[in-house]
Design a protein around this ligand. Structure first.
Ligand code: ATP
Length: 268
């Protein structure tokens, strides 16, 4: 049953989405849904297609088939700024800050393309409540912040626009474990404040702890969609790249076993 039928508001729906980069097909028939205020974790092996799903969700990649609905509105093929205006915020991998500007100016600059927000100062004050360390360093040049603090500022620059869905791609990449834990505490508060989350994550423990639903992407397809406790019970092999010796036997024949007939050609 979809969320409309269940009476829940859906902030994002991907319906049977295919996506490609030139002639390379990256996503096959991907369907998922993020309900308002909920957290969905996208997990999977390197190159499985998680970031591609995130880019489709933010309007950065246009699907070659299927539909993308934002709060019930069909935005398939619309430019990314329409997704942003509809309340989808994309926190990119890495650090997207202006090194030679202060923390506060970095946040104020985020409103440059959002003239509809008239209380920027109040929103920045809220961001400093959410990220007290940034508040303490509001006058400091962003380039002099630690790597973890710059990642927090990247996140804060997106959150000041009060999105209804935050799409976050590998926020913890390259961060120390303690900083990652801090980022996840912040994400929890963001979710509790009503902003839905679609998070791409390699750190399974954090993702499974925070998420209401887990979507495993495997070779460009949805390999599993369900509760985190069920995902945790799944074989870890679903997260391994295809062809890995420990991957599921749908992928590889056990070493030395004779194949009855040649495998069908790969479709990707
Ligand atoms: P990772 O965890 O390594 O970031 P991922 O699961 O996020 O991987 P994607 O980045 O979505 O995977 O990539 C899926 C596939 O699409 C990969 O085979 C990748 O090489 C390919 N791909 C991604 N971006 C592009 C691009 N701009 N041009 C061509 N191919 C791309």
């Amino acid at each position: 049953m979809n969320s409309a039928a269940a009476g829940l508001a859906s902030v994002l729906e991907l319906e049977h989405v295919d996506a490609a980069y030139g002639s390379f097909r990256a996503l096959f028939d991907v369907s998922l849904e993020v309900e308002a205020g909920s957290a969905v974790a996208l997990v999977g092996a390197n190159g499985a297609g998680k970031s591609s799903v995130a880019r489709v969700a933010s309007g950065l990649v246009v699907p070659t088939a299927g539909r993308v609905l934002v709060a019930g509105q069909d935005l398939t093929g619309a430019p990314a700024h329409r997704f942003a205006r509809a309340g989808i915020a994309h926190a990119p991998e890495g650090r997207a800050v202006f090194a030679t500007l202060t923390v506060e100016d970095n946040l104020l600059l985020a409103f440059r393309n959002a003239p509809e927000i008239t209380d920027a100062r109040a929103s920045v004050a809220e961001a400093f409540d959410l990220f007290p360390r940034l508040g303490e360093r509001r006058g400091q040049l962003a380039g002099t912040l630690s790597g973890g603090e710059q990642r927090m500022l990247t996140l804060a620059r997106v959150l000041v626009l009060r999105p209804r869905l935050l799409v976050a791609d590998e926020l913890s990449l390259g961060l120390a474990p303690l900083v990652t834990a801090e980022v996840y505490q912040t994400l929890r508060r963001v979710r509790d404040a009503g902003c839905a989350l679609l998070i791409v994550e390699q750190h399974l423990d954090h993702a499974l702890e925070l998420a209401d639903e887990v979507v495993v992407i495997r070779k460009g397809e949805v390999g599993f969609r369900g509760a985190p406790q069920d995902a945790a019970a799944l074989s870890q092999s679903i997260l391994l790249p295809s062809g890995h010796p420990a991957a599921t036997d749908t992928d590889t024949e056990p070493a030395g076993s004779p194949a009855a007939e040649p495998p069908p050609p790969e479709v990707n």
